[in-house]
Write a protein that binds this ligand. Structure first.
Ligand code: S3P
Length: 444
């Protein structure tokens, strides 16, 4: 089974009136996938409406066609978003086919469901008592097949990407790591000190090995990756679990992407930077002296576990770093390439500082440069993040900037804001260099 959430069909289940069809259509648009409303598909294929099918074939006849159509749709290779009818989870066969999909339960309370469904032609929404009874009867079936529960579009999108958000989720890690196979836990010494015991207890018998990384950017080195490759005993049924900040999840995700040509991994970010940015999106990698993240892989985590209570132990400087990524996200709509806003400059400064400049502080500076190049006001960034110029060597930073991953040939491409949204645009080298220079403090 493909554990990668994005390679699987996204199936929305839930009671009548939950909003599966409208949420499904929106989610499909945002995820750039085809959308199929199963009831409409049945109507198209049979040439009859759902109420007519109930009238002519009975509920049992309708369920047969429904299961058949769902089976076919789930068998299609291209991942789609499917909105299933409220009773589709009834047949055992459909429930077992759904194990291959990412199943999100769109939750609705029974009063709202009745307010929405009564007065429509739905055959099973004609009698209120029967409707309420059916609602109760189906809840266990929905829970049995659902990988996640959502009530709105944000929830559906997070669930589609495998992001699980729950206060206290760390203590349920044993259940939240998909698959049931053995786990290799990867964390730095500080995080092991604070959360190691809880993670061990939560993983229980599934915990096979534990691996300690150096703290911070020192983890993202080829030597550290090599030690981890050698230390892993997992086969492909096992999962790497990365518990920690962005450096831990970047390194452990990269090792998971490359070990045995790829094993599943789960990110449990413990910093704000990790929870709002680094652990989401499947970007993994290590640094080389020539530049940050220049070696890596896109390897989508089987699950990202967001437990905001883990942030309670976060030092103040780490909070500020995470806020830089939050401000960036507020300035953008969320497209992947756009997530690099300010990062061309940030990465160059980090490399020139031998990775001793924390990422969030570099991003705050990078945002200033990106906004200035876009001709936009920098007040929000200045007020909320107060970025301070850094003491690094301009020539080193300039060298690193020219090795940016968005480079095409000799051209420097930067993410800029326009009134129509963010764009990736080529800018003259001298203009980019001038902006970089402004972020660097004069040596005294
Ligand atoms: C049904 C729900 C309907 C439709 C049919 C049966 C059910 O779909 O499949 O009327 O058994 O709950 P919606 O959930 O989209 O209303």
């Amino acid at each position: 089974m493909a554990l990668n959430a994005l390679d699987r069909h996204l199936a929305l289940i839930g009671f009548m009136g939950a909003g599966k069809s409208s949420l499904g259509e929106e989610a499909a648009r945002l995820l750039a996938r085809p959308f199929v409303d199963v009831d409409r598909e049945i109507e198209q294929r049979t040439g009859a409406s759902v109420p007519d099918l109930f009238a002519t074939r009975g509920e049992a006849g309708f369920r047969e066609v429904e299961a058949e159509v769902i089976g076919e749709l789930l068998g299609a290779a291209q991942p789609a978003v499917l909105a299933l009818g409220g009773g589709a989870v009834g047949p055992d066969r459909t429930r077992s086919l759904l194990r291959e999909a990412r199943v999100v339960l769109v939750e609705v309370d029974v009063d709202t469901a009745w307010a929405r469904a009564s007065g429509t032609s739905r055959p099973l929404a004609q009698d209120e008592g029967e409707f309420r009874r059916l609602y109760e009867e189906r809840q266990p079936l929905y829970r049995e097949v659902a990988d996640a529960v959502a009530t709105d579009l944000d929830g559906v999108i997070l669930a589609a990407g495998g992001v699980h958000h729950e206060a206290g989720a760390l203590d349920r890690l044993g259940e939240l790591v998909p698959g049931g196979g053995p786990v290799a836990l990867v964390a730095d010494a500080v995080v092991i000190g604070i959360y190691g015991m809880r993670a061990q207890e939560a993983l229980g018998k599934r915990l096979e090995t534990m691996h300690e990384l150096p703290p911070g950017e020192d983890a993202k080195q080829i030597g550290v990756a090599a030690r981890l490759w050698s230390g892993l005993w997992l086969d492909r049924g096992g999962t790497v679990v990365a518990l920690g900040g962005g450096c831990t999840t970047d390194l452990a995700g990269f090792v998971a992407a490359t070990y045995l040509r790829g094993v599943p991994w789960v990110a449990v970010p413990t910093t704000l930077v990790g929870q709002v940015d680094a652990a989401i999106g499947g970007k993994t990698g290590i640094d080389i002296p020539e530049g940050k993240n220049l070696v890596g892989a896109f390897h989508w985590p089987a699950r990202v576990v967001l437990d905001e209570t883990l942030l309670e132990t976060l030092p103040e400087r780490e909070w500020r770093q995470g806020r830089a990524e939050l401000v960036k996200t507020q300035l953008l709509a969320g497209h992947r390439a756009w997530l690099n806003l300010g990062h061309t400059f940030a990465h160059a400064l980090e490399a020139a500082a031998d990775y001793e400049l924390p990422h969030g502080e570099a991003v705050a500076l990078g945002l200033l440069a990106a906004l200035r190049l876009s001709g936009y006001d920098t007040t929000k960034v200045e007020r909320e993040l107060s970025p301070q110029p850094v003491k690094v060597d301009l020539e080193r930073a300039w060298q690193a900037l020219q090795r940016d991953k968005k480079r095409t040939g000799g051209a420097i491409n930067v993410v800029l804001l326009t009134d129509a949204g963010p764009v990736v645009e080529e800018r003259p080298a001298d203009e980019v260099r001038r902006e970089l220079e402004q972020l660097i403090a004069q040596r005294d």
